[in-house]
Design a protein around this ligand. Structure first.
Ligand code: BAL
Ligand code: ZN
Length: 893
């Protein structure tokens, strides 16, 4: 397969003035007629080269005359220079019924739907399938009245009617130019719920969510979330919706979470349907966040789009930042920041340290679908967040206004975005640009020194950026490091900062980045934004009356790994006193990581792991806080949780999942043994039998309660009957699934009973059955390996449904390191077989499943050999898709 390079970018040779699509759907075949008006966009007489794959070409006409003057291969249709302005009419035939890759036009649950990003449109018709060819689409969809009563496409409905023979049609017109990756079509038998939103200039927008019959009572939350998103984007970014319709369609077979096609968002049902009985609090938050994300793309992605796919983070990083901020505003800002950082560290940091490491703007790819990554999305969002931090609220908003003014209707680059940030604010971002081109997570080291005589505090920050594939040497980055100096009384010191550093007092500068949102009301935090630009820099604070403890990287102001020379005592102090809630939480996590690291060292050198009594004592302080009547329970649920296995693994040179798991379990056991009564008391206080409510306070209560349940179940004499009782009496999915997940880790009659009950109870709810699969696959107990063999042959399992595949194989390989890395290699076999089976059916999903094998070089030698052999077995397959080939070959390199 061919590698595509950013440096080879050339503007399109032909532009498209407009396109009329006529799509006639019949059972077993769909006829597509594309009438396209082209204009030449270069000086010479180059041929017109159109992309097209898996198409049956029926006819070609130019300016009204049929022609055979073209060549066609399996990827392109080429017409020798047809002129400066001309119209082509191309007829093709496709078969959505046989499309298992779920790219282009395909069927899900008996309905027709599309997924065109990144390059799916070329499987619908011949077209210049590249994001910088933007045009006006008019689409006529025709289908059978009985099987396809609903006919949708982008834009506004301009006509519909009967065509006789039991068929009908609808014509949709989208007045805003867009690239073909944003084209969408839905035809099928769906029901909808309906609402409206009045925009700030008074336009009444007809909002509809389409689902299969029977699911319409699970759509209210998504509709509410959509209206909140529309309002938020007007208030926060001044962005208004400018079409008459906004449709969301939920389908159950979908490779991604959702897709932002202009005015016709197509969603995975998992991110639309939500009712308390069937969806957890986390599901609700995800639905809200993704509805917002896709809506926000209307401006950041659709109205202003990407010039080429290397610029993907232009729309994705920015839109993730926007959805993160929306969720923070709708819920708890502090908790959201913690959750986002945990996700980044769990999933993006390993990507950035592995064989597929790439900058947020990659400079080469074989298959673009492989670059819808945590790096492009989540690190991309951190890069926008840092720009927001460096500019501050007001300047950032002015800069985004400029961006929309300058580029509405255009396809642009990440550099164009940064230029707006600079032009409008005057802030120099020339060095900052390296965040777009350098891969790898920077490592920052901080060392402080207090000079009592001079009353100065010197903070030396240094940085290195690790080598990554193709990038052995890196330049120093521009890193915003938010810092506070905490005095012995626990209050932030107000000192004279280094020249040109502006103190960012709580509530003064911005509520978004200067304050991670967890500041306690009674505290006056003072933070300073230090801009680290050199390899090493010393910042001197004056008038520092007493020796402070520095709180560094408040709010996680940059996506870096921080090393400090702070002692455990310093962290215990910050854990209680830091005015920045993110760093209070972080201090507890650092203490736990340090201790578990020491314990793993001990086990690996043949000793027995002992939980540090000092750690157990400080955990007691957190339990006291959690038990207070005014506790922020959602936050305490995070504070009382130990770092995940994946995060502990990142601290190790050589990863032995068994040791990591055993040590973490030991700590949980010792904490539960020592604090059994306190934990039970918190559980009881959160378990007040009230009617269900989905407000943040109630969700926080459930989160804390379920952390306590898990702790108790890890202690001596696990209270299986308590878990069973919670399972039976739950009036919501959060509590029920929490009980089920702890019972999943036991072996016995209770476990079997609840799993059997759960299946029977929710058989009609595919998304809940996904949970049933995934909880069993995630259970770190020896019987899981046998169970997976049975589950993959379960009648409810299907390799053709991406959610189901994720619920079994991805859950197993990603959430269950102990079983996946079983020494006999059975875990690797299970995953490898699934990848091989999926390679031809659904290459995108097959490639996604390779993630857990990516870090094979970091595991113990016996595991390394088996993981490598698994990768080589995949590479040796015939008909390897470019998706799978790219990842396997780069991983083995
Ligand atoms: N554009 C692909 C799906 C998403 O990021 O919204
Ligand atoms: Zn997106």
């Amino acid at each position: 397969p061919k590698t595509i390079l950013l440096k080879d970018y050339q503007p399109p040779k032909y532009k498209v003035a407009d396109v009329h699509l006529d799509i006639r759907i019949f059972a077993g075949k769909t006829l597509v007629t594309a009438t396209t008006r082209f204009t030449k966009n270069h000086d010479g007489a180059e041929p017109l080269v159109l992309n097209g794959e898996r198409l049956k070409l029926v006819s070609v006409a130019i300016n009204g005359a049929a022609t055979t003057n073209y060549t066609v291969d399996d990827k392109t249709l080429t017409i020798p220079h047809p002129g400066n302005e001309f119209t082509t009419v191309i007829e093709t035939e496709i078969c959505p019924e046989e499309n298992t890759a779920l790219e282009g036009l395909y069927m899900s649950g008996g309905n027709y739907c599309t997924q065109c990003e990144a390059e799916g449109f070329r499987t619908i018709t011949y077209f210049p399938d590249r994001p910088d060819v933007m045009t006006i689409f008019t689409t006529r969809v025709e289908g059978d009245k009985k099987t396809c009563p609903v006919l949708l496409s982008n834009g506004n409905l301009i006509e519909d009617g009967d065509c006789g023979d039991g068929r009908h049609y609808a014509i949709w017109h989208d007045p805003f130019p867009k690239p073909c990756y944003l084209f969408a079509l839905v035809a099928g038998d769906l029901v909808h719920i309906r609402d409206s939103f009045t925009t700030m200039s008074g336009r009444i927008v007809d909002l509809r969510i389409y689902v299969r019959a029977g699911d319409e009572n699970q759509c209210d939350w998504a509709m509410e979330s959509l209206k909140r998103s529309m309002e938020w984007d007007e208030k926060t970014y001044g962005r208004e919706y400018q079409l008459d319709r906004f449709n969301i369609v939920a389908v159950s077979d979908f490779n991604m979470g959702a897709m932002e096609n202009t005015s016709l968002n197509i969603f995975n049902t998992a991110l639309v349907l939500a009712r308390p009985e069937t969806a957890t609090d986390m599901d609700f938050e995800r639905v809200e966040g993704v509805i917002a994300h896709e809506y926000f793309h209307n401006w950041t992605g659709n109205r202003v789009t990407c010039r080429d796919w290397f610029q993907l983070s232009l729309k994705e990083g920015l839109t993730v930042f926007r959805d993160q901020e929306f969720t923070a505003d709708m819920n708890s800002r502090g908790v959201k920041r913690i959750d986002d950082v945990v996700r980044l560290r769990n999933m993006q940091f390993p990507e950035d340290a592995g064989p597929m490491a790439h900058p947020i703007r990659p400079d080469n790819y074989i298959e673009i679908n492989n670059f819808y990554t945590l790096t492009v999305y989540e690190k991309g969002a951190e890069v926008i967040r840092m720009q927001h931090t460096l500019l501050g609220d007001d300047k950032y908003r002015k800069a985004t206004d400029l961006y929309f003014d300058r580029y509405d209707g255009m396809a642009v680059t990440c550099d164009d975005f940064l230029q707006c940030m600079q032009d409008s604010s005057g802030v120099d971002l020339s060095q900052f640009k390296l965040w777009y081109s350098q891969a790898g997570t920077p490592e920052v080291t901080a060392e402080g020194h207090y000079d009592a005589a001079a009353k100065t505090y010197h903070l030396t920050l240094s940085q290195t950026v690790p080598p990554t594939p193709g990038q052995p040497d890196k330049k120093p980055m521009h890193i915003p490091v938010m810092v506070g100096l905490v005095g012995p009384n626990g209050h932030d010191l107000d000192v004279t900062p280094p020249p040109s550093v502006i103190p960012a007092k709580a509530g003064i500068h911005t509520n978004q980045t200067m304050d991670s949102g967890l500041r306690r009301n009674d505290e006056k935090g003072v933070s300073y934004l230090l801009e680290l630009k050199d390899s090493k820099q010393t910042f001197t604070f004056k008038n520092v009356a007493v020796k402070p403890v520095p709180s560094i990287l408040r709010g996680f102001s940059a996506p870096v790994k921080l090393h400090t020379n702070l002692s455990d005592d310093d962290y215990r102090f910050l854990m209680v006193h830091d005015s920045d809630g993110f760093n209070r939480w972080e201090s507890g996590q650092i203490l736990a990581l340090r201790m578990m690291g020491r314990m793993i060292d001990t086990v690996e050198s043949g000793g027995a792991a002992v939980t540090d009594p000092a750690f157990i004592d400080s955990y007691g302080l957190m339990l006291d806080q959690a038990n207070a009547s005014n506790a922020d329970r959602a936050l305490m649920a995070r504070a009382l949780s130990l770092p995940d296995l994946a995060i502990i693994a990142q601290q190790r040179k050589i990863v032995d999942p068994d040791t990591i798991f055993t040590v973490r379990r030991r700590v949980l056991h010792d904490l539960a043994a020592r604090y059994r009564d306190q934990i039970q008391a918190i559980y009881d206080s959160c378990n007040t039998p009230t009617t269900y409510s989905n407000d943040a306070e109630s969700a926080g209560r459930r989160a804390l309660k379920n952390v306590c349940l898990r702790l108790l179940m890890n202690g001596p004499n696990p209270p299986v009957s308590l878990a069973r009782q919670q399972y039976e009496s739950a009036n919501n999915m959060t509590d029920r699934v929490a009980a089920l997940s702890v019972l999943a880790e036991t072996d016995g009659a209770d476990r079997d009973a609840v799993f059997a009950d759960f299946f029977k109870r929710f058989e009609q709810y595919p998304l809940v059955i996904d949970k049933w699969f995934s909880l069993q696959a995630s259970a770190p107990i020896p019987s899981t390996l046998d169970r997976i063999a049975t589950l993959k042959d379960h009648p409810a399992f299907s390799l053709l449904n991406p959610n189901r595949v994720r619920s079994l194989f991805a859950a197993f390989a990603m959430n269950n390191p102990v079983c996946f890395h079983a020494k006999d290699g059975r875990g690797y076999d299970i995953l490898t077989n699934a990848i091989i089976a999926l390679n031809t059916k659904n290459p995108q999903i097959a490639a996604r499943l390779l993630g857990p094998l990516r870090e094979w070089r970091r595991y113990t030698p016996d595991r390394q050999a088996k993981m490598k052999a698994a990768l080589e077995r995949i590479l040796a397959q015939e008909n390897l898709s470019p998706d799978v080939f790219e990842i396997v070959s780069k991983t083995l390199k």
